[in-house]
Structures are given as C-alpha cells and as structure tokens.
Design a binder for this molecule. Structure first.
Ligand code: AMP
Length: 197
C-alpha cells in the first residue's frame, strides 16, 4: 500500500501516518523528519536546509526529491509506505509519479485532511509544549510566528495538490478536526474502498 497524507501543518498527518505504520506494516516517510535528521547530523543537505526550515519556507524541490528517491529505494519501503509532508509542490508530485512509474508502482490513495485553519496554531503550540514536557527536542518552527509562514507556503504551493490528485481519482477527504480515533476510522474506510476498487 502506498499512501500520501496531504494537509497543512498541524493537521494530524504524522499522527495518522504512525497509526497506519502499525496497522499495515508499511513505513512512514516524513520529509520533515528526514530533513531534521540531516540538520542534526550536520550533513551538506542539513546545512542547506536549516535556515529555510527555521523560517518556515520550503526546501528546494531538488533536495527533497533527492532524499525521497533514495529513501523509497530502501528494502523496507518495498512493502509500501505512507508519505507524510511530501509532495508539497506540483513539481514534487510530478517527480514522484515519474519515480514510481520507473519502478512499475503507483500511489493507491491520497488522504486529504480538511481542517479549520484557525485551530491549527493552537495545535502547534500544544505540540511544542508537549515535546518540552516530555523532554524531547522542541521544533524551532513550531511557534506562532513561523507557523503563519508555513501556512502561507501551504496555501501558495501545496493546496494545488488537491485538484491535482482529484483529477487522478486518488483523492480521499477526511475531517481532520475529528477525534484521532474517528480520523483513523475514516482513513481505514477510504483505504479499504481503494483496495476493494
Ligand atoms: P514538516 O515536518 O512536514 O512540517 O516539515 C518541516 C519543514 O521541513 C517544512 O516547513 C519545510 O521547511 C521542510 N520540508 C519538509 N518537507 C518538505 C517538502 N516536501 N518540500 C519542501 N520542504 C519540506
């Protein structure tokens, strides 16, 4: 199974992606996590990405497509994956299609999280507080100022993926403001519809 989680920051993509990993034995491919790991390790990619990420802007398509192409080729991704935070631009979506076509595989469904944007900033602030309370690193971009920029990037570049995937018959919309368990259930239904089709 190959899925894409689509939605603005704070929509719950990562939470649901983890649940899918446990349920379907697939891997979560989060470009945000991969980039943060690169920043922490001080790699060339990390050095290029750090300031851009801290400002809430998007890292270049070239860098992100490169890291996804490498990751998708690893043996653990062969069974399936859930992409979380990628693609974020039409160019990335087109690169992904080409990458998968070369391997003779395709995306099964794109899960779009519909959310009340006015509530997202509270979720981000809570995520930062929870991380701090748990002694985990707090993301530099999980604060209200940078959040505004991240949401603007989503609207300007990522929202266009919704019609892109609808036109391919892949888009499944779920209510991202529902309780976590209900969102999981909506995704389960959407995924089962896809496998039954
Ligand atoms: P996320 O963890 O998905 O919220 O991503 C955190 C940050 O990493 C974003 O604000 C971007 O700076 C960068 N990033 C993650 N995924 C992508 C992507 N697909 N394209 C460009 N930048 C990305």
């Amino acid at each position: 199974m190959r899925l894409i989680m689509l939605g603005p920051p704070g929509a719950g993509k990562g939470t649901q992606a983890q649940i899918l990993v446990d349920r379907y034995g697939i891997v979560q491919l989060s470009t945000g996590d991969m980039l943060r790991a690169a920043v922490a390790a001080g790699t060339e990619i990390g050095k290029k990405a750090k300031a851009v990420m801290d400002a809430g802007e998007l890292v270049s398509d070239e860098i992100v497509v490169g890291i996804v192409a490498d990751r998708i080729d690893q043996p653990d991704a062969r069974n399936g994956f859930v992409l979380d935070g990628f693609p974020r631009t039409i160019a990335q979506a087109e690169a992904l299609e080409a990458m998968l076509a070369e391997k003779g595989v395709a995306i099964d469904a794109v899960i779009e999280f519909q959310v009340d944007e006015s509530k997202l900033v509270d979720r981000i602030v809570k995520r930062a507080k929870d991380a701090e309370a748990a002694g985990q690193p707090v993301r530099k971009d999980d604060n209200p100022d940078v959040f505004v920029k991240r949401l603007a990037e989503f609207r300007a570049l990522t929202a266009a993926l919704s019609p892109f995937y609808r036109s391919r018959g892949l888009l499944k919309v779920v209510d991202g403001m529902a309780p976590i368990g209900d969102v999981t259930e909506s995704i389960r239904r959407a995924v089962e519809e896809t496998s039954a089709a």
